[in-house]
Ligand binder design. Sequence first.
Ligand code: PGA
Length: 251
Amino acid sequence: MRKPIIAGNWKMFKTRDEALQFILAVNEQLPSREKVDSVICSQFTVLRCLVKRQGENLRIGAQNMHFADEGAFTGEVSGQMLKSIGVSYVIIGHSERRAMFNETDEAVNKKLLKAFECDLTPILCVGESLEQREGGRTEEVIGKQLELDLANLTKEQVKTLVIAYEPIWAIGTGKTATSQVADETCGFIRKTVAKLFDKATAEAIRIQYGGSVKTSNIDELMSMPNIDGALIGGASLKADDFVTLVKAAVK
Ligand code: PGA
């Protein structure tokens, strides 16, 4: 049995005071970490503040990192820097970074390798655009992303990796993929991992769905066999909603 994992992706939201209010409100309410992994991925400036106050059942993640250890990379943050302040997870290859910050599959692959070296758990995002889905190219696009992004990773690493399937057309649009479409594509991701590595690795890896997940659709999504959790943007910003979303994953 794979343990469910619910991760909030705060994107570029929340000041320090707002982040503090959130964590103080959720800490006591989150279900046990034995049953579900609860993660908040915040922007860099509040990471340390959240790590210091994370309760027993919450872990903190970043939304990006550089693949170098250090160097002349103005504005960047390394995996080692994240690890040194107690961060546990890092989102890699979010579609907003791929589209707006020119993040290539090659860079994503280097970041994944470095994240494992730094003992961070990566949440790798993959997904197709509306045009690609309508053109019947979803599997081709995601298959290629996985092949390039997961190159040179070991089976042991891939077993602990989290993959978030996020159709770009469903992110922040209010349009959720139907649970069938989401499950089918997560199933395809699992099959592809089996092909690239082996069946045991594919059975172990946790696959989230992301894209307009909210309290009203989480139950149905979580009931699908290939969906092990969710990566949640907008709906993770409110403390009560985040707690409801995590609790839904335990049922
Ligand atoms: P959304 O974002 O839940 O606001 O659609 C999801 C994401 O981008 O990770």
